[in-house]
Design a protein around this ligand. Structure first.
Ligand code: PA5
Length: 434
């Protein structure tokens, strides 16, 4: 199981601090589990791992298997919670060079997550010469970015394959009964899945929103759900035992540090394949907690790359941060540093050592340096990056996010602030009614 390591010898956190905040954390947990807090009609995600053997998961695997056999590229079209979970899992599991390793699995590309015309025109140019399908995901069915991308992609599909075949290459994931995308499904007869009404976008990766594209990409969604189910079991069994509940311990530590004035949490990875996991986590916590002038700002870095850029600021800039490290115990593969007769690069002292060993020493050295520099560091111990442990991480962070937001006194499941930019944009674009 995934565990959280806290260095109680560091000056920032002592056991008594945890003991002091524990009653508040446990009462916020009770609010979540009793389903008595704000946004309690959006708690469907709590039980999603239990659906691992459901008819819906079987259908997802069937549809995915059929599609995998006929396409080179899958275009996942969505924004925010409608694409980040997929991207987090796919990029964590695929080869960093997946795009260049043709013929192994459909390559997953993304659209509708911004408004850049150059990106979309290059995508359409690429798709001219590829066999592809589109999974369009929008719970509301009306979000501007994916709606524009989908309109362009649908036109491209129709021109390339004709209207009838285009319809077979579109799968929509949206609300069960309402919204423009559901109407399109009804009118056009697209294959479709629904997002449960009681699951919000950023908590939806374990619904068809994430499961279908992840399965089309060739990854084991049963293992993902089993990992989430194992974590769910532990978190529920230990709902009153903060020290043995990694989600609650994490909530306690991050909120102690927040109250000490550490307003920015930096998620740190030492494997670039976790970059999009951090992006998913940023969205989850940023949209859930950043309200009413409260909340910890979630940021992310990839080390050692960013030690040569932001590392300087973290070491010596404003003391606003704490770090949450994703520590991976077993790498997916490894290399040994060879002996060199001339040793011009002075690396012979590392001969026979693995890259993973060197990476770990970099991690240990950085944690010590940052602690000395006034940055508290905690670590999640992740046995390895696979579907099972990603499932555990996803569920643990979702649970922690719900509890932490309640502890802050905000609704974890709405995002009223997101509407402000939309209103202005629509007015500037001349949308009727704005
Ligand atoms: O977490 C959320 O609710 C948001 O980030 C949404 O996922 C995002 O805005 C996309 O919304 P929709 O799926 O309705 O297009």
């Amino acid at each position: 199981m995934i565990e959280l390591n806290i260095d109680f010898t560091a000056p920032f956190i002592e056991r008594k601090d945890i003991d002091e905040i524990a009653p508040e954390v446990l009462s916020s947990t009770k609010v979540l589990l009793d389903r008595s807090g704000a946004g309690n009609d959006f708690l469907g995600w709590l039980d999603l791992p239990e659906h691992k053997d459901s008819a819906c998961v079987r259908k997802i695997n069937e549809v995915a298997q059929k599609l995998r056999e006929r396409i080179d590229i899958l275009v996942v079209t969505g924004i925010g919670g409608s694409y980040l979970g997929t991207r987090a899992v796919v990029e964590a599991l695929q080869s960093p060079f997946a795009a260049l390793r043709q013929g192994e699995s459909p390559e997953v590309v993304y659209a509708g997550h911004h408004l850049d015309g150059h990106y979309l025109s290059e995508l359409l140019r690429l798709l001219d010469g590829k066999d592809y399908a589109v999974v369009v995901i929008s719970k509301s069915g009306t979000t501007t970015e994916p709606a524009i991308a989908f309109r362009l992609l649908r036109n491209h599909l129709e021109q390339k394959y004709g209207a009838a075949e285009a319809r077979e290459r579109i799968i929509a994931i949206t609300d069960a009964s309402k919204g423009a995308l559901r109407t399109a499904v009804n009118n056009q007869g697209y294959e479709s899945f629904y997002i449960p009404g009681n699951v919000g976008g950023r908590y939806s990766v374990l619904t068809p929103v994430g499961l279908l594209p992840i399965a089309i990409a060739g990854y084991d969604i049963k293992a993902l759900l089993e990992g989430a189910a194992a974590m769910r079991k532990q978190l529920l069994e230990k709902a009153n035992d903060l020290y043995n509940n990694p989600a609650l311990l994490y909530v306690a530590v991050r909120n102690i540090l927040y109250r000490q004035g550490k307003r920015i949490e930096v998620m740190v990875n030492y494997q670039p394949d976790l970059y999009y996991f951090t992006e998913w986590w940023k969205q989850l916590f940023g949209e859930s907690e950043g309200k009413e002038e409260k909340g910890i700002f979630p940021a992310g870095v990839s080390f050692t790359t960013d030690l040569h850029s932001l590392g300087q600021y973290l070491q010596e800039g404003h003391r606003l941060f704490f770090e949450t490290v994703l520590h991976v115990q077993k790498p997916k593969s490894n290399l040994t540093i060879p002996y060199d007769e001339e040793d011009l690069d002075g690396l012979n002292y590392l001969k026979g050592k693995t890259l993973h060993f060197v990476n770990q020493k970099a991690e240990e050295g950085t944690a010590l340096a940052h602690r000395d520099g006034g940055v508290p560091v905690m670590q999640f111990q992740i046995p390895e990056v696979n579907a099972h442990y990603l499932g555990q991480l996803i569920y643990m962070f979702e649970f922690a996010c719900g509890v932490s937001a309640y502890l802050l006194g905000v609704n974890p499941f709405d995002q009223p602030g997101v509407e402000m930019y939309k209103k202005n944009m629509f007015r500037l674009l001349g949308k009727p009614g704005f």
